[in-house]
Design a protein around this ligand. Structure first.
Ligand code: SF4
Length: 241
């Protein structure tokens, strides 16, 4: 993953990225507690009961009164945060801070002046990333439904029928709605493991793995891992010191 240039996300994209982080990993209680005042407002009351009774929350009611404290699980709190973000998108300054805490990276507010759109800049800081070719990401992560329109079009332009025959095109009312990979050619059955991954060493003793379509692999694979946190949360050793 390269990285000195920051990545620009519109407000909508930033909310989607935060939603993905919140919903894809196990509940991140500390993070959710930090995000609460930023997302739900300063009047939110949240405590982590020291006697082990978990999280308690009280939200301001419409009438302005504060409701009684009631227990909330960390995962419900995550859902509450996502729903609030989608319902009332915050200002870009607040969203930059939410992204900073969520992705554990530097962020800044972008644009807001003509002609560029407003959004958030993410400094991924992945210059030190070095892939160990352990193959853990290829074998453990489920990116089956992450093939993009751009990937599919690229493979078509390149005439990569070997790749295309392993992609299922999912249609609804004759319109392509998504793609799924990798299937056994001529079937709708998913391959058990990525068919492009091959051992770099002698069979049975391989410590390194090679991707046979490395130069043209799906964007989701090319961009993995997005951040050091992403690497840590998904077992990638490429950012170990
Ligand atoms: S898990 Fe990380 S180090 Fe291992 S192959 Fe994937 S990107 Fe490379």
């Amino acid at each position: 993953m390269e990285g000195k240039e920051p990545v620009f996300l519109s407000l909508e994209e930033a909310i989607y990225a935060v939603k993905t982080d919140i919903t894809h990993y196990p509940p991140q209680k500390r993070l959710f507690m930090e995000l609460c005042p930023l997302v739900l407002g300063p009047d939110i009351r949240l405590t982590d009961d020291s006697r082990g009774r978990g999280l308690w929350i009280s939200m301001p009611a419409r009438c302005g009164r504060v409701t009684r404290m009631h227990p909330v699980t960390a995962s419900s709190l995550g859902i509450l945060l996502v729903e609030a973000l989608e319902k009332s998108p915050p200002a870009c300054e607040v969203m930059a801070e939410i992204c900073r805490r969520t992705f554990e990276i530097r962020t800044a507010v972008a644009g807001g002046h003509e002609p560029g759109p407003a959004g958030v800049l993410l400094y991924l800081d992945m210059e030190s990333f070095h892939c160990r070719q352990c193959g853990a990401c290829c074998r453990a992560l489920n990116y089956r439904h992450e093939i993009s329109d751009g990937d599919y079009r690229r493979w078509k332009e390149q005439g990569r029928s070997d790749i295309l025959e392993r992609v299922a095109v999912i249609t609804r009312r004759s319109r392509t709605v998504s793609y799924a990979a990798w299937i056994e050619p001529g079937t709708r059955r998913f391959a058990d493991v990525c068919p492009w991954l091959i051992p770099a060493g002698p069979e049975g003793r391989q410590k390194r793995w090679i991707c046979r379509i490395h130069d043209v692999k799906p964007a989701i694979c090319l961009e993995y891992p997005g951040t050091k946190k992403h690497a840590r949360m998904t077992g990638c050793r490429g950012v170990d010191d």
